[in-house]
Design a protein around this ligand. Structure first.
Ligand SMILES: C[S@@+](CC[C@H](N)C(=O)[O-])C[C@H]1O[C@@H](n2cnc3c(N)ncnc32)[C@H](O)[C@@H]1O
Length: 245
């Protein structure tokens, strides 16, 4: 159910051994999907620089470094790969605002409840969705994300998964998340200037149905677009004091 394996190919992205082997072989750094420069408008809009941020499945991406250069003050990075974490810890030992810990995102019991203002996930839920027991792993991970977010906090999910395969995981009532959706083209995509939607801004949220899905008439400019889900954990007081006007 809700398992999207369309981009999993033959690699086992859900397996720590796969990632360790990959990081040993490749070294260096690599950012999946998008660089911080493209994501910056969304990050700055929803995450204050003074926030305590958790980057789940950081890999060897430079996103966290770029955020610190942009004024963010406190980013905890976790990854299941001890190889990636050791490399990153050594690389960034001169930046005290960046911390690295080896951890499985499905069990982050090291952190107390409501430890973070924001949690960023670029490609990590996607990896779990390619592993064995994908729906169970997704539920475990998102349960932990929900537990660790402060009320009013934001889980920002950057993924290749469109709402038909991601929203069923995000709309569980127990999370109390209000979700906005943005769609951005893959880097290097050139849009057809003659197309009627050429003036559409990527910085505006995309209208969705009541269940968070894309309306049937919606056409993706880039079929390989990336999706940004901004899930805000509803503050309990918002539920009690619903405005009447
Ligand atoms: C697609 S890569 C994305 C890396 C980085 N976020 C980026 O944007 O470039 C997915 C990352 O998730 C990590 N990962 C996979 N399963 C994990 C798990 N259960 N817990 C923590 N990290 C995991 C992998 O080691 C890998 O670094």
């Amino acid at each position: 159910m809700y398992r999207d394996t369309s981009s999993c190919n033959t690699y086992n992205y859900g397996d720590a051994l796969y990632w360790d082997a990959r990081y040993i072989q490749e070294g260096g750094s690599f950012d999946w999907y998008q660089r911080y420069s493209a994501l910056r408008p969304f990050v700055r809009k929803y995450i204050r620089p003074s926030s305590r941020v958790l980057m789940v499945g950081c890999g060897n991406a430079v996103m966290s470094e770029d955020m610190i250069k942009d004024g963010y003050e406190d980013i905890m990075n976790i990854d299941i790969s001890s190889v990636a974490i050791e490399m990153m810890r050594r690389k960034y030992e001169y930046i005290p605002q960046l911390k690295y810990m080896q951890m499985d995102v499905r069990d982050m019991s090291f952190f107390p409840d409501e430890s973070f203002d924001s949690i960023i996930d670029k490609g990590t839920l996607d990896s779990l969705m390619c592993g064995t027991d994908a729906p169970i792993s997704a539920t475990q991970m998102l349960g932990e994300v929900s537990r660790l977010l402060k009320p009013g906090g934001v889980y920002m999910l950057i993924t290749y998964g469109d709402p038909s395969v991601r929203m069923p995981h995000l709309i569980r009532p127990v999370y109390n998340w209000k979700t906005l959706l943005y769609i951005i083209p893959r880097p290097g995509f050139e849009k057809d200037e003659g197309c009627s939607s050429a003036k559409k801004s990527y910085l505006e949220p995309v209208p969705t149905t009541e269940n968070g899905l894309l309306p049937p008439s919606f056409v993706l400019e880039d079929p390989d677009s990336h999706f940004i889900y901004v899930c805000r954990k509803t503050d309990e007081t918002e539920l009690i004091f619903t405005p009447t006007h």
